[in-house]
Ligand binder design. Structure first.
Ligand code: ADE
Length: 237
């Protein structure tokens, strides 16, 4: 899979050199390229922003550097890469969307800063890209970079070979509508806090049932919205 990220702070993306994503890049599973938006400016100050029409606080990202960046990264053939613009005004990014995006050949991420990118860029981009505005959640970040770190990690870990143990992808939170069960490791008694007896029993049937029950209880307590949806789709659970 090829991923391009455009940002005025390319160093912000340096954690993508680390851990499993870094290894996937070195192994050639992930062709990830980070670009400085200022590459496509032509003035002495390498300007990417200007004041908003209509007034108001803050600055707006100018359309011209974005159009040149997007033109230079557009596909040579007639395949349409997906352009993801993270922003608090977008559709909520979910595990389901991560899965969908993990099936694409090419993704381009455009990191906005300031008050956002001139709206005409979205229209311009739609000529060559399938454009999606995606939000991590109902809070405001200073720019798209942190959101891209999260989205790239969520997407890349679903690609074959990126996570050593593919089984660990199965019973995860948000994969099947329930949160994860609690996990424990040695020692069985740690400072007087003990591991639930059943996990030491070796009875795999009862352990599976206990874990499922824990997932139901957790989901009901922490995410009543998910629990209600789960009950609707599993009426006899
Ligand atoms: N940029 C600013 N806030 C954001 C959010 N909540 N999600 C994604 N990108 C953002």
């Amino acid at each position: 899979m090829r991923l391009d990220v455009i940002s005025i702070f390319p160093e912000y993306l340096s954690p993508l050199d680390l851990s499993l994503i870094g290894k996937a890049r070195r192994d050639g599973l992930l062709d990830l390229r980070v670009h400085d938006l200022r590459t496509w400016t032509h003035d002495r100050h390498r300007t990417v922003d200007d004041t908003p029409y209509g007034g108001g606080a803050g600055m707006v990202m100018k359309p011209q550097p974005w159009s040149e960046a997007l033109d230079s990264l557009a596909a040579d053939d007639d395949s349409r890469p997906t352009l993801i613009v993270p922003g608090p005004g977008g559709e909520r990014f979910t595990q389901q969307i991560a899965r969908e995006l993990a099936g694409k050949e090419r993704l381009v991420f455009a990191c906005g800063r300031y008050e956002g990118i001139d709206e005409r860029v979205y229209e311009y981009a739609a000529r060559d890209y399938d454009v999606r505005v995606l939000s991590l959640g109902d809070y405001v970040l200073n720019g798209g970079e942190v959101a891209v770190l999260a989205m790239v990690e969520a997407i890349a870990r679903l690609l074959p070979g990126v996570i050593g143990n593919a089984e660990s992808l199965v019973e995860e939170s948000h994969e099947d509508g329930l949160l994860e069960y609690p996990v424990y490791t040695k020692p069985a008694d740690w400072n007087g806090l003990v591991v639930p007896e059943i996990l030491l029993s070796g009875d795999h049937g009862r352990i599976a049932a206990w874990r499922h029950q824990q997932r139901l209880e957790r989901t009901s307590a922490r995410r009543p919205d998910m629990y209600a949806a789960y009950r609707l789709s599993h009426p006899d659970a």
